[in-house]
Design a protein around this ligand. Structure first.
Ligand code: SAM
Length: 263
């Protein structure tokens, strides 16, 4: 999904606690002791930026996002914060940052090998690049989206949406970052998210993975696409004894610490 896509801040934050938890777990693993400058790339409505502010209250923290709506929400919630509408792929600043942070953003961008190398150049010596992206290419919900998207009614229009999200193997990030890193910490976590029912999973993905597909359809088609997806989801995410469903969601975390520069 391009940075120019309109994001729905309110809908995105309906599952705010689950979406923000990985940001906190990523921030907790950054070993930079007292960063003076931090940039949160793809800050969204400011939820991940607030995590950084709580951990490092003294630091200068800049939130960057390409979405006007997201930046407006972030600014409304924290008028004293430093918010910039800008694109991650071209973002630059005069001085490097001690922490370059990005939670749940980079999967919307292509060419990860060159992207993460470029983002690492924004990091000061001894600082860290930290990012989290969804992985789990073969998760049932992704397979069901692909199945529904292959319907002849819309498969020509949804074809480009099939590649809107980038999911790479962890080794790609190691290979891209290791040469200039003092350390590279990579791990995955699968969250067993508890949802009210399988329809709630469709609600969750409507503001993220499903958006590129729904955006190319008209209102009636969107309703049909979503109904077909809901029917498939119920079989793959069965109801538990209390009526809820488990929604396993796998995420990849990377913290690369840059070698201190030798003067
Ligand atoms: C899933 S939200 C993540 C928000 C927040 N970081 C969090 O932890 O929940 C993805 C955000 O990335 C932003 N985004 C997507 N592509 C971008 C780009 N090329 N440049 C800047 N922001 C981008 C979107 O506008 C959206 O706010």
């Amino acid at each position: 999904m391009s940075g120019s896509t309109t994001w729905d801040a309110e809908r995105y934050m309906r599952f705010g606690a689950q979406r923000t938890r990985p940001a906190a777990e990523l921030a907790a693993r950054i070993g930079v002791s007292a960063p003076r400058s931090i940039v949160d790339l793809g800050c969204g409505p400011g939820n991940s930026t607030a995590v950084l502010r709580a951990r490092w209250p003294e630091a200068r923290i800049v939130g960057v996002d390409s979405s006007e709506e997201m930046i407006a929400k972030a600014r409304a919630d924290d008028p004293k914060g430093e918010w910039v509408q800008g694109d991650v792929t071209t973002f630059e600043d005069d001085a490097p940052y001690d922490v370059v942070f990005s939670n749940a953003v980079l999967h919307w961008l292509p060419d990860h090998a060159s992207l993460v190398v470029r983002l690492f150049t924004l990091v000061a010596g001894g600082g860290a690049l930290a990012f989290q992206i969804p992985c789990g290419r073969d998760a049932p919900f992704r397979e069901h989206i692909r199945e529904v998207a292959s319907d002849p009614r819309w498969r020509d229009r949804t074809r480009s949406a099939l590649t809107a999200i980038t999911i790479e193997d962890p080794s790609l990030y190691y290979d891209a970052l290791a040469a200039d890193a003092f350390s590279v910490d990579i791990w995955t976590t699968e969250y067993e998210q508890i949802m009210e029912n399988s329809d709630a999973i469709v609600d969750w993905i409507t503001s993220t993975s499903l958006r590129p597909f729904l955006e190319v359809l008209d209102a009636d088609e969107r309703a049909d696409f979503t109904a077909e997806l809901r029917a498939r989801m119920a079989a793959s995410y069965p109801t538990r004894t209390d009526g809820r469903v488990l929604f396993p969601f796998r995420r990849l975390f990377v913290v690369a610490t840059r070698r201190a520069s030798i003067t």
